[in-house]
Design a protein around this ligand. Structure first.
Ligand SMILES: C[S@@+](CC[C@H](N)C(=O)[O-])C[C@H]1O[C@@H](n2cnc3c(N)ncnc32)[C@H](O)[C@@H]1O
Length: 299
């Protein structure tokens, strides 16, 4: 596939990404193309390296036991939808094991990266209005703390309802977050909240490419892409349980290393509303990975 990212995107995806800063996706694509650059998390004067290589391109042999355990668990629930699939790392793990999985990410450059790495069934889309047909997937995997971008318990609940829309009645979902009862002010972007088990995290991402050559210097502002401020809800597993209220999801398992603030939660769809309840249709423009793609969901 061409290294020109524009050639590997559909016109619709180019339109979706036009004018929107995409530092994380740019950093992924630059890493894939061996273009030197640096991704930074920034909250005022606090900065942290974005660790693109280790976060998005590491070999599965270096992954935490819980990461692999979760990926293995989902293999019994094909097709899997990876929401916020990034550079496609987990999709590639499933592909190597012949497990059917599709990916959606809001970042056009992340999707280009995933495609160039060999992920075929990925598309640009927002987790709030997934470009995926109703009742079409057996599992939703949303790992990378993007669920927190719901920004409130109500916002998280709305995303879980969208995960329910696309899921089979017996579907499962895996989401992750940081438990604020195990964090303090030293966590980059941390904002406290008076409620037990709730906090917030605010930062923005910046990606800066290194200058192409000394002969042709490029102005710093042209090499730098600055993302919008991201605001995450941080919630304990107990608060996540609260957020599932009114949705068909129940938290059945929480996985984390001892002492770690980061956790993954497994949610089971128990369809408390009854099997006859009609789910609302997709509220996007009708494009879906599952049913507008020329390839069908089933291989
Ligand atoms: C920390 S990365 C995790 C990527 C991948 N899941 C992984 O673990 O390697 C979070 C991903 O969520 C994506 N994302 C953020 N907001 C999103 C949204 N509203 N809809 C879909 N994807 C989103 C980002 O573009 C990014 O690729």
């Amino acid at each position: 596939m061409s290294r020109d990212d524009s050639s590997s995107r559909s016109a619709h995806e180019r339109e979706q990404g036009r004018g929107v800063p995409d530092p994380l996706g740019r950093a992924m694509l630059a890493h894939l193309h061996d273009d030197p650059g640096r991704l930074t998390y920034r909250d005022g004067g606090d900065v942290q390296d974005g660790s693109v290589a280790s976060f998005y391109f590491s070999d599965s042999s270096s992954w935490a036991t819980e990461t692999v355990e979760i990926l293995e668990r989902l293999t019994d629930h094909e097709p899997i939808l990876d929401v916020g699939c990034g550079a496609g790392t987990h999709l590639l793990w499933w592909a190597d094991r012949d497990v059917e999985a599709i990916g959606v990410d809001v970042s056009p450059n992340a999707i280009s990266t995933a495609r160039e790495r060999g992920c075929e069934r990925v598309c640009v889309g927002d987790m709030h209005t997934l470009p995926v047909a109703t009742d079409s997937v057996g599992a939703v995997h949303a790992v990378g703390t993007q669920l927190g971008l719901g920004r409130s318990l109500a916002g998280v609940r709305a995303i879980l309802e969208e995960f329910d829309r696309v899921s089979h009645e017996s579907g499962i979902a895996v989401v992750d977050n940081y438990d604020p009862t195990r964090l303090d002010e030293s966590f980059l972007g941390y904002r406290s909240d008076p409620r037990e088990g709730i906090a917030h995290r605010c930062f923005h991402l910046e990606f800066e490419r290194e200058s192409e050559s000394d002969d042709e210097p490029v102005a710093r502002h042209e090499r730098r892409e600055i993302g919008r401020t991201l605001q995450f809800l941080l919630c304990s597993p107990e608060r996540l349980r609260e957020a599932t209220g009114g949705t068909p999801w129940v938290v059945t398992d929480v996985l984390r290393s001892p002492e770690s603030a980061h956790y993954r939660a497994v949610l089971k769809n128990v369809n408390r509303r009854g099997a006859e309840t009609k789910k609302r249709p997709a509220n996007n423009d009708g494009r879906t990975v599952a049913n507008s793609d020329s390839r069908s969901l089933r291989r």
